[in-house]
Write a protein that binds this ligand. Structure first.
Ligand SMILES: [Zn+2]
Length: 177
């Protein structure tokens, strides 16, 4: 269970989303942390949901614990294998939240999970982004997990060279210090 900082490449990708919005030098990644996958299963049983199939990570302050090693090398990204990078970006959004609201992020995330009936990560896609901006809302209109998903999807869209102009007014909040 080795602890490491962000790689140069990971930080460069994170900066596309968060610019100077995160204290990157404080971020530590812990891979092969076996206990993270146990968490939602305990919670899932508690809430009556089936255990998730996907791997689970957790961000605690500036430490992000992943149950396995991340594939975020230049080769992976060049092959458009973006799943792990996008996963990292989702977790870095929690770091961004923790830098602003501290441990309340974790309480709100758990609250999201308890109240979402399995749709905790569904923010509504680009139509919801456009609707929020038209309604004069900002990132705060979205839940903790939805915000992290917005960051994740924005990262993928940028990597794939997709049009992100509708997202910019919202994503800009991630970049403010
Ligand atoms: Zn999350």
């Amino acid at each position: 269970m080795a602890r490491r900082g962000l790689t140069v490449l990971e930080e460069a990708e994170a900066r596309i989303v968060f610019a100077d919005g995160i204290l990157y030098h404080r971020v530590h990644i812990v891979e092969n942390a076996g206990w993270t996958n146990a968490l939602p299963q305990v919670h899932g049983r508690f809430a009556g949901d089936p255990p998730p199939i996907a791997d689970n990570a957790i961000a605690l302050g500036h430490h992000i614990y992943f149950p396995r090693q991340l594939h975020t090398s230049a080769e992976s990204l060049a092959a458009n294998e973006l799943g792990d990078l996008a996963w990292l970006i989702h977790e870095l959004a929690h770091v961004w939240q923790a830098e602003r609201i501290g441990a309340r992020y974790l309480v709100q995330a758990l609250w999201n999970h308890l109240n979402s009936k399995g749709r905790v990560y569904d923010f509504g896609g680009e139509p919801a982004i456009v609707a929020a901006i038209e309604a004069g809302q900002n990132l705060a209109a979205f839940s903790i997990e939805q915000q992290a998903e917005i960051a994740r999807e924005y990262c993928i869209r940028r990597r794939l060279g997709m049009d992100t102009h509708a997202w910019e007014p919202l994503v800009t909040a991630f970049r403010a210090r």
